[in-house]
Design a protein around this ligand. Structure first.
Ligand SMILES: Nc1nc2c(c(=O)[nH]1)N[C@H]1C(S)=C(S)[C@@H](COP(=O)(O)O)O[C@H]1N2
Ligand SMILES: [Mo]
Length: 198
């Protein structure tokens, strides 16, 4: 499955004021987490406005139905990387494990060290979004979010939380880490919603 603006020429696929890179830049705030034993140091909690919250181990995540998605990513600092192949669990698949309450309208992703990213529930559930454990056929590198990162290609890449540890369902929108620091609440790269005032 290809998820993106079009599968056509690259200029149709690159949002305004973005430059295509063939490398894979590393961008984040804080330190790269180090894990020696995922079974004791890592889990993923799905909580908030759900009938019953669940906490999953890495092994349980690997046992869920997997999906492979090819997409383009667009970082707010101006680089885009085309044709990324991700493998992991679709957001839609993961939420089958909890019953989302009808009043839930927004999602907050929680990553290691308190880092967060917010988005509307309908965007979170867009087909093609996934919790990835592999990129281009390789297990995620620590720098790129090992063991698990979210990937939401239709928003700027800062919404694609690395080292994700929690998914929270909320009735009202709240600012995540970059949103508190002046970035846009939504972050559509095609509308150049970079900063809060855009
Ligand atoms: N946990 C966490 N996830 C994060 C970030 C971060 O600082 N912490 N930065 C975001 C930003 S701004 C970008 S552009 C991408 C970069 O992902 P990459 O380093 O794999 O290219 O991760 C996003 N996810
Ligand atoms: Mo970014």
């Amino acid at each position: 499955m290809f998820i993106g603006k079009t599968a056509g020429k690259s200029h149709d696929r690159v949002p305004p004021n973005q430059k295509v890179t063939t490398g894979f830049p590393v961008l984040h705030y804080g330190d790269v987490p180090e894990y020696t034993d995922l079974a004791t140091q890592w889990d993923l909690r799905i909580f908030g406005l759900v009938e019953q919250e669940v906490t999953l181990s890495y092994e349980q995540i690997l046992a869920l139905p997997s999906t492979q998605v090819t997409n383009d990513i667009h970082c707010v600092t101006g680089w885009s990387k085309l044709d990324n192949v991700w493998e992991g669990v679709a957001a839609e698949e993961l939420v089958k494990l909890v019953k989302i309450k009808p009043e839930a309208k927004y999602v907050m992703l929680h990553a290691e060290q308190g880092w967060t990213a917010n988005m509307p529930l309908s965007d979170f559930l867009t087909p093609g979004n996934l919790f990835a454990y592999k990129h281009n056929g390789e297990v995620l590198a620590p720098d790129h979010g090992y063991p698990l990162r979210f990937v939401i290609p239709h928003l700027y890449f800062w919404k694609s939380a690395k080292w994700v540890r929690g998914i929270e369902f909320m009735d009202k929108d709240r600012q995540g880490f970059w949103e508190k620091n002046g970035y846009h609440m939504y972050g559509d790269p095609w509308k150049e919603q970079r900063f809060a005032w855009d």
